[in-house]
Design a binder for this molecule. Structure first.
Ligand SMILES: C[S@@+](CC[C@H](N)C(=O)[O-])C[C@H]1O[C@@H](n2cnc3c(N)ncnc32)[C@H](O)[C@@H]1O
Length: 238
C-alpha cells in the first residue's frame, strides 16, 4: 500500500496542467454551460466561485449517466450551472426529471432563463424556497436516483436526515455532497491550516464534520469521502 502522503502533484503549475488535462480527456461539456459560466462570472463576479468547476460538472454528468439516473434532486441551484450539467446528462432519458431548489430570487431568475435558453425547462423545475421546506414537500416526486447537496453548509446534517427519513433516495441511489472538507478545515482546523483564522469557515467546517459523521455511521448508507475538488461525500443508499 502506498503511503497516504500529501498532494500527488509537485506544485501549482503542474496541478493546473493536470486539471486542464483531465478536463480535455473527460466527457465534453456543451457550449451553453460555458456561456452560463461566463455570464455568471461577468454579472456576479463576487459570487461566481460558488459554481462547481468544469471538471466537477463533467464528473456529475458522468456519474448521473453511469447510474442510469432519471430523477435528480439538487439542493443549491445558484445560477443553474450544475443543474444544467444534470440536464445534459438526462436530456435523452425518457421521463427525465430534475428538481432544484434555492432561496435567492436574483440567481433563480438567471437559472430559469438559462434553463429556458438551453431548451431544458421541460425537465428542470426550480423551487424557490428554503431547501428543508422543499424536501418536506417532495414525497410525491421521489424517490430520486441522485441527490446533489451544494447549499448552506450548516444545513447539511438536516438535509441528510430528512432525505433518509423521508425515503427520498432510492435503494442504490446516491447522495453527493460538495465542499465537505472546506479547504481541509474539517480534518484539521489548527494553526497548520491557513484558513483557521476565518471563524465563519471554522464554524461551517464543524457542521460539515457533523454531516460527514452522520454519513459515515448511518446504517442506511455506505459512504466514501473523496479528497477531490473541495471534498466530496458520496453515500449510496442500502
Ligand atoms: C454553492 S451555491 C450552489 C452552486 C450550484 N450548485 C452550481 O454549481 O452552480 C449555494 C446556493 O445555495 C443557496 N442556499 C443557501 N441557503 C439555502 C437554503 N436554506 N435553501 C436553499 N438554497 C440555499 C444559495 O442561495 C446559493 O445559491
Amino acid at each position: 500500500m502506498k503511503d497516504e502522503g500529501p498532494v500527488i502533484f509537485p506544485n501549482d503549475a503542474v496541478s493546473y496542467a493536470v486539471y486542464r488535462y483531465c478536463k480535455e480527456h473527460s466527457v465534453p461539456l456543451p457550449e451553453h454551460l460555458f456561456k452560463l459560466a461566463q455570464f455568471t462570472e461577468e454579472n456576479l463576479p463576487e459570487l461566481s466561485e460558488m459554481m462547481v468547476s468544469g471538471l466537477q460538472a463533467q464528473y456529475l454528468i458522468w456519474t448521473a449517466r453511469s447510474i442510469g439516473a432519471k430523477k435528480i434532486l439538487e439542493i443549491g441551484c445558484f445560477c443553474g450551472f450544475s443543474a444544467l450539467a444534470f440536464a445534459e446528462a438526462l436530456k435523452d432519458v425518457e421521463g427525465a426529471k430534475i428538481i432544484t431548489t434555492d432561496v435567492n430570487p436574483k440567481t433563480c431568475e438567471i437559472a430559469r432563463n438559462a434553463f429556458r435558453d438551453a431548451g431544458v425547462d421541460n425537465i428542470v423545475t426550480l423551487i424557490e424556497a428554503p431547501a428543508i421546506e422543499t424536501l418536506q414537500n417532495l414525497q410525491n416526486d421521489g424517490p430520486f436516483d441522485l441527490v446533489f447537496i451544494d447549499a448552506n453548509k450548516d444545513g447539511y446534517p438536516d438535509y441528510f436526515k430528512t432525505l433518509l427519513d423521508l425515503n427520498l433516495i432510492r435503494k442504490n441511489g446516491i447522495l453527493i455532497a460538495d465542499n465537505v472538507l472546506k479547504r481541509g478545515l474539517v480534518a484539521d482546523d489548527s494553526d497548520n491550516n491557513p484558513s483557521s483564522g476565518d471563524k465563519d469557515e471554522v464554524w461551517r467546517a464543524s457542521k460539515l464534520r457533523e454531516f460527514n459523521g452522520l454519513a459515515a455511521k448511518d446504517p442506511r448508507v455506505e459512504t466514501l469521502i473523496l479528497p477531490v475538488f473541495d471534498g466530496l461525500t458520496l453515500s449510496r443508499v442500502l
